[in-house]
Each structure stands twice: as C-alpha cells, then as structure tokens.
Write a protein that binds this ligand. Structure first.
Ligand SMILES: N[C@@H](CCC(=O)N[C@@H](CS)C(=O)NCC(=O)O)C(=O)O
Length: 227
C-alpha cells in the first residue's frame, strides 16, 4: 500500500480527509496517532513538527503531505477517482477553496476552541476566548444559512472539498453550540451530509471513540446510534 494516513478516528480534521478518501474509494492504510504515547507522537512530530493530524505519507515518492486541504488536492492530482472534489472551472474552484477555508477557520477552529478548553487544567481555562468562539459560530451559522438557501451542497449542485470540510465542523459544532431556531437551511444541510455514504462510514468508525469526546454528555442520542 503506497498511502498511509496518520490519524485519530475521533479527530474532526481527520474526518475531512477520510470523507475525501471514501468518496473516491482510494486505497490507503491508516495509522492511529496516540498523543498520550510518546513513541506514537514522536513518529508524527518527526514527519510534521507542528504535530497536527492528519498527515498523508506517500511511499511511492517518499513524500509527507500535511494540511487537510493540501492532502485532498494532492489526492486529486496524484490519485484521482470518480468524484472530482475540486472543480476544473477556475471560478467554481475559487468558491470551493473559499468555503473550505470558511468551514475550517470559522466553524472547525472555534468548535475546537470550545471543546479543548474543557480539558485544560484547572486555572488554565480561557473563558474570553471560548466566548469569542461561540460568537464566531453564531456568525458562521448565519452566513451558512444564507449560503445554503437553494443549494444542496456547500458551493452548488456537486459535492466538493468544501463539503468534506463542512461535515466534521458542523457535526461537532452542533453539539457544543446547537443551531438556533430559524436555521432551516443549515439544519437541512447537516442532515444531507449525514446521509452521505462516506460520512456514515466515517462517523460509524468514530463512534467507538465518542466516549472520549469532552462534551460526550451533550451528544444527541441519535448521534450515538447507527447512522
Ligand atoms: N490546519 C490543520 C488542522 C489540523 C488539526 O487541528 N488537527 C487536530 C486534530 S482534529 C490536531 O492535530 N490536534 C492536536 C493538537 O493540536 O495537539 C489541517 O487542516 O490539517
């Protein structure tokens, strides 16, 4: 097997790349990174010193590819499959890149801020930063509501990298900062994502690890059942 994805099955950014891999039926091996295990963490830091997952190792050419958006673009260039996640048309491509950035930076990052603050040591919490993260999610939800009116997928009629980015952010954000009433297009979009076969597979593989999620008690019951 030439491709190895270093990941954790609960990690939202890993879900983004897994969705892309499953959409295209791309063959790969996975290696779980356990940050609590010094050897496992060192193997990651050796390859990508900022220590973020996922990273993709390509044995065929000895390359390590970090950063989810770059990994997905790399897969499309080097290992294309039936589902084109980055469109050929330059204008459409800009929209996909924009909404990919949007979901990473303004949904996933504030969601992570809220989640990780819960497991900080006593005295190291950041209530101001967490408040800002909640405000950012409110802002993002409003913008997604407007964007998704009349669109099945993040940027139009086809499923793209932006949808790969949207699912993990929205899934976990919907737990820590539930959608307020009056967000029907946002809610319908998340439901549509949850019905996608690649997404069902990712969340099914993540479910055994849900007990490790710091907001486990806030997970809707249906998230704990089969997708
Ligand atoms: N910008 C990065 C973000 C990756 C990221 O934040 N990954 C999280 C897991 S979801 C991580 O590695 N967290 C470990 C840490 O921050 O120590 C990407 O798109 O790949």
């Amino acid at each position: 097997m030439t491709l190895t994805l270093y990941l954790h099955p609960l990690a939202s950014f890993c879900h983004k790349v897994l969705i892309a891999l499953y959409e295209n039926g791309t063959d790969f091996d996975s290696r779980i990174v356990d940050f609590a295990d010094a050897g496992s963490a060192a193997a990651l830091f050796d390859k990508w010193p900022v220590g973020k997952i996922p990273i993709l190792q390509d044995e065929a050419n000895g390359r390590t590819i970090p950063e989810t958006s770059i990994i997905i673009e790399y897969l499309q260039v080097r290992y294309p499959g039936p589902v084109r996640l980055l469109p050929e048309d330059p204008e459409a491509l800009l929209q996909v890149r924009l909404w990919d950035r949007f979901y990473d930076l303004y949904v996933s990052v504030p969601m992570q801020k809220i989640v990780t603050d819960r497991i900080r040591p006593a005295g190291a919490h950041d209530p101001h930063g967490v408040g800002e993260a909640h405000a950012m999610l409110d802002q993002a939800y409003g913008m997604i509501e407007a964007q998704m009116k009349g669109r099945p997928w993040a940027t139009g009629d086809t499923f793209t990298m932006a949808d790969c980015a949207a699912l993990p952010g929205l899934f976990f954000a919907s737990i820590v900062h539930p959608f307020e009433a009056g967000r029907p297009a946002l809610s319908a979009y998340l439901e549509r994502l949850l019905q996608r076969a690649s997404v069902k597979r990712v969340l099914t593989e993540a479910r055994p690890y849900f007990s490790m999620f710091p907001y486990r008690e806030a997970m809707p019951a249906r998230y704990l059942e089969a997708f």
